[in-house]
Design a protein around this ligand. Structure first.
Ligand code: FAD
Length: 378
């Protein structure tokens, strides 16, 4: 007996798909609604820390994900200027425990494809081009779901995993909104020079951070973090040109990245945001998880990991309990809110130290402390 037998999930990002896999595997009827007409994922590559990899194992997806990604250990810090001199080789904490690599890079579309395949194989019904526009509570306590203005069906629970600008969050009256942190990021997906075997970050140049992370034998993603600006109208051609110009201070593998951009690799731009819903993430039988509940700059690459942990903890409780009651919600919030808050606060602090040019800040200590915290399962 599970606490719910029929659930609607809104959003096919990592949080929604992870929740769909776990509930469908437990025999719960799952409808997943995605506003987009197909699984399209912007943003090239993603860095997944050990605690995210541990969740993939719990979902039964780890073998597929490991085969499609690029696991690595450590982090290299380089300086701008000729030869891109390495200034430090940092070890990292195995935040997923000893059984998983400390970090893995991965193409985002591959991650989305694998999770979708597992959700469908487990029995979740995925509805693309289906935007949730309203919710209603019926007399028996179920939640009615409205898709593109048309009533669709009623559910025991609705999980809003609909991202940073969540519609579900607004529909249940939570007025927390994401704010800009003052930083913007250019990202591109390029070929991997053989010398790049782990994430490498450049501090101290004209950008707040320049860096790249391998995502497979042949690919990696590269990024430049700058002061947030209104870049949203730029053409694809201008985007690549800006990334080429802004990366001129960086040598070494950046020469290969610029060559790929010259040859047609595309660049995209977005701002970093921050928010955390303080207190309960549910209102009755509707709950938000993932970026709907919290967002942060990727300064420690924990955003997706936190959404995955939200999904795992929530579904573990829904499957283990036989009632959707106050004690279930209390345990969910106790296990999730302080941990996600710690990640958001540390990620924002790391970005702010860079904006302030604070060179005495103990960034390494803060990163290490969070990694140790994450090593204890959620
Ligand atoms: C620049 C940048 C770099 C990042 N790098 C990393 C990293 O390296 N590592 C890491 O762990 N995290 C990283 N993150 C964070 C990570 O990308 C997010 O935390 C994660 O992707 C959020 O997943 P989600 O499932 O909560 O939401 P999303 O992936 O945003 O999915 C939400 C889905 O809901 C759909 N949707 C929205 N509204 C509706 C509606 N009304 N009806 C139906 N569907 C709807 C959307 O179309 C979307 O598909 C980064 C974030 C940014 C901005």
């Amino acid at each position: 007996m599970t606490a719910v037998s029929k659930v609607a999930i809104v959003g096919s990002g990592v949080a929604g798909l992870a929740a769909a896999i776990q509930l469908a595997r437990a025999g719960v009827a799952v409808d997943l609604f995605e506003a987009k007409s197909e699984l399209s994922v912007l943003g090239s590559g993603i860095t997944l820390q050990g605690n995210a990899l541990r969740v993939f194992d719990a979902l039964g997806a780890w073998d597929d994900i490991r085969a499609a990604g690029y696991p690595f250990v450590g982090l290299t810090l380089r300086a701008p200027g000729p030869g891109a001199p390495a200034v430090a080789e940092l070890p990292d904490v195995k935040s997923g425990g000893p059984d998983y690599p400390s970090t893995m890079g991965m193409p985002r579309p591959e991650l989305a494809r694998i999770l979708l395949e597992h959700a469908v194989a487990a029995g979740a019904v995925v509805h693309f081009a289906s935007r949730i526009t309203d919710l209603s509570t019926d007399e028996e306590g179920g939640v009615g779901v409205v898709i593109d203005g048309q009533p669709f069906d009623r559910y025991d629970l609705v999980i809003g995993a609909d991202g940073v600008n969540s519609t579900v969050r607004g529909l249940i009256g939570i007025d927390t909104k994401p704010e800009s942190t003052g930083m913007g990021i250019w990202r591109t997906f390029v070929s991997r020079p053989a010398s790049v075997e782990r994430s490498e970050l450049y501090y101290g140049g004209p950008m707040y951070i320049a860096g790249y992370t391998p995502t497979s034998e042949n690919t990696m993603y590269a990024f430049l973090v700058e002061k947030a600006q209104d870049r949203f109208g730029v053409t694809d051609e201008d985007a690549a040109r800006i990334m080429i110009e802004e990366s001129r201070a960086y040598d070494g593998p950046w020469n290969d990245i610029r060559a790929d951009l010259e040859a047609g690799a595309t660049a995209n731009y977005t701002w970093f945001t921050k928010h955390i819903v303080d207190g309960a993430w549910n209102r009755g039988r509707v709950v938000i998880i993932g970026d709907a509940a919290h967002s942060c700059p990727p300064t420690i690459a924990q955003g997706a990991a936190q959404g995955l942990e939200d999904a795992l903890v929530l579904t573990e409780l829904l499957v283990a309990r036989d009632a959707l009651d106050d004690s279930l919600w209390a345990e969910f919030h106790e296990r999730r809110v302080p941990r996600a808050t710690a990640v958001v606060e540390a990620s924002v602090q790391l970005g702010q130290w860079q904006i302030d040019g604070d060179r005495d800040a103990d960034a390494g200590g803060l990163i290490f402390g969070i990694a140790q915290k994450m090593a204890v399962p959620a």
